[in-house]
Design a protein around this ligand. Structure first.
Ligand SMILES: Cc1cc2nc3c(=O)[nH]c(=O)nc-3n(C[C@H](O)[C@H](O)[C@H](O)COP(=O)(O)OP(=O)(O)OC[C@H]3O[C@@H](n4cnc5c(N)ncnc54)[C@H](O)[C@@H]3O)c2cc1C
Length: 434
């Protein structure tokens, strides 16, 4: 007789691995299946930025909770990994005030409510902290093909805030391996190069999965953690049409450029969230700077087929991001050859994820992570396990939403915040900032 599992988790990215780990710790025997070889999903190309500034209170609370796990990653997992461990590097984060983020009013309220430290920075203080920065206001973000991109600014930025608790994880791909090793110690199993092509059901209950090679694996619980492919898995389970919030695969480019001559960005740089130029950035190994788009109105949203899309950096997007960053750092070297990565966000309509059950009993989803949930993976592992335990015990989460208390910061969140049936959340930034 083949192996029996209590749950099948579709996807072995960081969130799938953390759910596997947390479910295994609770006594389930889960199987993670992934269509790719180990460590090649979108997590591998994540920027791994860890920060607590979110436009919504719930977003900020779980990001704070998540940060505390990354700070103690090895202790949290409590295992040995022959490949070593991913490391959290604390840099602090500079967040620019703009009309888009309403001068960070709500963000600062959230930080204060959560007793998180933050400092207000006038333009001259920004310059003291980061002498490379030009503190002019460049708003609104534009692309180089727009003539007005080249006009000289006359005003200065409204200011910024600095959050000391922020940074990045240096190797997101390795962090998946770490979580897998921890899950395995508690009895979880992993299968790679195994593509799910169907979700089988009986009497409105998930029964199991069918793989591309024809193999059928049964389990009473199936969890969709398929990243940018999540909508395809939801369609297989026939649960997409009941969802008010949907997910789509959104193509993204992240550029890597060298630090300005004479400055060690790797040791002295900060994470920065700069909606004045529509870019986020962080130090990257090899004294580089990594630059992503904050999805300003001028950057077209490129929704794609997650299995067929252009994996090369494009000249137009490279120039848009790097030239905008060069406004903030005029000494930024702009190489002729493009370096960086292309990958996909699993984006929802309001850029807030879906952590929920579905109308098919036994079928759950942790999807729509919208480019900003790497930091929350350990917390999502925990809250999804709690949600599954309670729903399987008979709780009607749609009618009577589960309240979940975050272990470290001891604050409760109402999990209907992440419901697939919610209305679009108007407090979202409607961007990767969440
Ligand atoms: C460019 C980029 C930058 C980012 N930067 C940050 C950041 O700085 N900070 C932050 O917090 N977040 C960031 N994110 C978001 C974060 O990385 C994701 O939210 C997180 O990695 C999602 O993890 P996951 O496990 O849900 O998905 P994934 O890592 O995408 O894993 C899903 C897995 O499902 C598998 N799969 C799909 N379909 C099937 C199928 N049919 N059968 C079997 N397996 C299947 C895939 O192969 C894949 O391995 C970024 C994302 C991207 C793309």
């Amino acid at each position: 007789m083949s192996e029996q599992y209590d749950a099948i988790i579709i996807g072995s990215g960081i969130i799938g691995c953390c759910i596997g780990y947390e479910m295994a710790k609770k006594g389930y025997k889960p199987l993670n299946v992934d269509k790719l070889p180990a460590g090649l999903g979108s997590t591998a190309n994540s920027c791994g930025i860890i920060r607590t500034h979110y436009s919504t209170w719930d977003g900020a609370a779980i990001a704070y909770e998540g940060t505390l796990y990354w700070k103690n990653w090895e202790e949290y997992l409590g295992v040995k990994d022959e490949l070593g461990f991913a490391k959290y590097i604390n840099t602090g984060c500079i967040i620019f005030k703009t009309e888009k983020n309403k001068c960070l009013k709500k963000v600062c309220e959230n930080l204060t409510d959560l007793s998180l430290e933050w400092e207000d920075l006038a333009p001259e203080k920004i310059k003291e902290k980061m002498p490379l920065f030009d503190t002019h206001k460049f708003w609104p973000p534009r692309r180089p093909e727009d003539e007005q991109f080249w006009s000289e600014p006359s005003e200065f930025i409204d200011g910024a805030i600095f959050t000391p608790l922020a940074g990045y994880v240096n190797d997101p791909q390795l962090s998946c391996h770490n979580a897998q090793r921890a899950a395995e110690v508690h009895g979880a199993a992993f299968r790679y190069s195994a593509e799910v092509i169907d979700i089988r059901k009986t009497n409105n209950r998930a029964q199991g999965i069918t793989l591309k090679n024809g193999e059928e694996i049964d389990a009473p619980i199936v969890v969709n953690v398929a990243g940018p492919n999540s909508f395809l898995i939801n369609r297989m389970a026939d649960v997409e049409k009941e969802m008010n919030i949907k997910t789509k695969a959104l193509r993204q480019e992240v550029c890597h450029v060298p630090s300005p001559e004479g400055f060690n960005y790797e040791t002295d740089g900060y994470v920065a969230s700069d909606s004045d130029i529509g870019c986020y950035s962080r130090p990257e190994v090899g004294n580089h700077i990594l630059i992503g788009s904050e999805d300003p109105d001028c950057d077209p949203l490129d929704f794609v087929d997650p299995d067929h899309y252009n994996k090369e950096l494009t000249e137009a997007q490279w120039k848009a991001q790097v030239y905008r960053m060069a406004k903030r750092i005029p000494s930024l070297p702009i190489p002729n050859t493009f370096q960086g990565i292309v990958d996909l966000y699993d984006a929802t309509d309001d850029w807030i994820p879906i952590y929920d059950k579905s109308d098919l009993d036994g079928f759950y989803m942790a999807v729509g992570t919208s480019g900003n949930q790497y930091k929350n993976a350990p917390v999502v592992g925990k809250l999804m396990t709690e949600l599954i335990v309670q729903c399987e015990a008979g709780t009607d989460h749609d009618a009577d939403p589960i309240q979940y208390t975050l272990d470290n910061i001891k604050r409760a969140i109402d999990l209907s915040f992440y419901s697939r049936k919610r209305k679009i959340n108007p407090d979202s930034s409607f961007s990767v900032i969440g």
